[in-house]
Design a protein around this ligand. Structure first.
Ligand SMILES: [Zn+2]
Length: 98
């Protein structure tokens, strides 16, 4: 099911936790989620899901991009140019039609 990533912007508490999980690689400048096993996903816990009504996982790459640049047009996808598939740094993203 599709959902709007921007929905998370309405919930400052969850948004702050997302931002606290983003680690910056001092060498490459890549931003990766603290738990890499979750790949580029922000995983909401049960309490957060209940509070927000959002799905369990939210795409971290899109979320990070929206926070930096604003809404992503429909049917656009983001690709990391740095070659790091875990990277969510908006400055390392290239956007194109899916
Ligand atoms: Zn990167």
């Amino acid at each position: 099911m599709r959902y709007n990533t921007e929905e998370l912007l309405k919930f400052p508490q969850e948004l702050a936790r997302f931002q606290s999980l983003v680690m910056v690689d001092a060498v490459t400048g890549c931003h990766v989620m603290a738990n890499r096993k979750k790949r580029a996903r922000f995983v909401l816990n049960e309490a957060e899901r209940e509070r927000t009504g959002l799905p369990k996982q939210i795409g971290a790459r899109r979320l990070a991009y929206i926070l930096e640049h604003g809404p992503i047009p429909e049917s656009r996808r983001l690709y990391p140019l740095c070659g790091n598939r875990h990277c969510i740094n908006p400055k390392h993203m290239w956007m194109r039609k899916s």
